[in-house]
Design a protein around this ligand. Sequence first.
Ligand SMILES: [Zn+2]
Length: 373
Amino acid sequence: MSGSGVFTLTASDGAARTGILRTAHGEVQTPAFVPVGTKGTVKAVHPDELRALGAEVVLCNSYHLHFRPGEELVAGLGGLHAFMGWDGPIVTDSGGFQVFSLRDTLLEADDDGVTFRSVYDGRAERFTPELAARVQELLGSDIAMCLDICPPAGVSRPGLEEAVRRTTLWAGRQRDLPRAPGQLRFAVTQGGLDPELRRRSSEELAALDFDGYAIGGLSVGEEREPMFEATSEAACLLPDDKPRHFLGIGDPEGVLEVIARGVDTFDCVLPTRTARTGSALTREGRLNLRNARFARDERPLDEDCACPACSRFSRAYIRHLVNQQEILGLRLLSLHNLRFLLDVVAGARQAIERGDLKAWTAETLERAKGAGS
Ligand SMILES: [Zn+2]
């Protein structure tokens, strides 16, 4: 056992590791999947249900909460934990990903900040590192992310280099700004798929000694294999005794890849978004419940799952709900998909403890290649 107080490493297997992340609102066993509650709610899921599924931490979006309902309002009502009825750890992102990924709303970026059109009313708005820190201080999250520059996949090298330079500059400005009580601050590394720029970003940010680090600027539409290689490079350049978060990965294969490369926590809308399209993640691959082959299928979504959907309802019934656009259908699929992914990650955690991650992952992925669709 070793650690910084914030994070204790408990076991490792190759680059993969298990640990305990300590926050002002409780501990998180890592590796951990962090469900996304964009607007202060994991869509269609009650916080008690989320807890019962095994989730220990959620991630909310500063961009959306800043515009609706506004961080001042949330702070006036006791902060985000009280506002959304979740007393466990909350991660907030900085809003940078939304600003830079909605390319057609981006107006201008300079060393001071970034100007863009709000997706809510089209008005010109400006984010600075100082504002991103202030928003997250008022929301009162447990882990606040630094505002960074997330360029799109395929950006030119000068563009990528500029993003790295500005991300470090902004991280330096945010490091010592006021924070909520007990709030941890993570820097976000950039550098795309360029090994030299990845190294530069990780080293510059590691030197600033943050509570933890996020790996950003990946999973933005590039090829998967180079993306996982970049993850390995980024992870091994970060301090061993600090937690590492991967921004935006949530498919079972991707999650297992980043865990194997030394990532501790990761967030994604995939399980709930997939649910709302009528699909289930299962040990036998992804099932599209709209498919006619499920019309008389009496089996649960996944034979080995103990979620509220699988413990009571058939594929045939859930298919009927999905086809009739009944709210219960997407609720059940959301609960199942979250539970499924949380179970996959719990399985990986146990495999790391046994020193068996590689074989366990191969077996799990082999099985998922089965049925599908
Ligand atoms: Zn289930």
